[in-house]
Design a protein around this ligand. Sequence first.
Ligand code: PAF
Length: 286
Amino acid sequence: MAAALIESVAHLRDQLQRMRQSGTHIGFVPTMGALHAGHATLIERARRECGAVVVSIFVNPLQFDRRDDLERYPRALAADLSLCSSLGVDVVFAPSSAEMYPQPPVCTVDPGRLAEHCCGRYRPGHFGGVATIVLKLFEMVQPGTAYFGEKDAQQLAVVRCLVRDFNVPVRIVGVPTVRESDGLALSSRNQRLTAAERAAAPALYGALTTAREAVATGVVDAEEVRQHVTAAIAPGSARLEYVEVVEPATFQPVARIDTTVIIAAAMWVGNTRLIDNVSCEPPRQR
Ligand code: PAF
């Protein structure tokens, strides 16, 4: 059956209220569209676990720190709708910017120190924009469970903190990153890569894998681990923006790796910024 396309908040609330009244558990997958196999994995998981599945498609201007990135962000509503229908999605909520932000928002969410490092340091305002739109979407959809990709590990940490701090009754599920056969994490931004950039892109995951192996063999000094990543990305075709070793829930950097950590990095290839991360633990934790 075709997914129902809903563009207004009032219509969405009305439709979902009826589902909730009949006891249906609503699973929610928030997206910015240009859906790929990574999104499909989130949707399939929601489909297996919930009575109804809602996917939102909204390119949120509040979370873009660069105007050109917002303008170049891929949009593919027709293809997204047909993918959602094929995966058994019940409702696709695709509002306009005017529907989501009738006035510029005065009250926004501040993710505090969760946004101090990694992407938060290089994309000022980004996680405030994410937290604000996710809270708005949770209010509109009122899902029982919401699904987020682990590729955006810092975003996932922000969302987990958001629901905890604001007592939002939504269960948050993190879903493992889906990768191409050469390791590149799926991302809507991959569409923008030229052939040469696409060839350079897997270096990011390759470097992170090298670092994870170093931790697995007993390297505990976070700076040494960072150097493994830096050394593995040859300057020229790609430029490493940052690599940090952080505690998974707070995204605060650690100096010594004596428990599970996330190694997170961002890399530029041409005009496209790619992010990725790996979770790793010292040998005695295994
Ligand atoms: O991960 C994304 O696609 C976006 O950041 C999200 C969670 C849909 C908020 O706009």
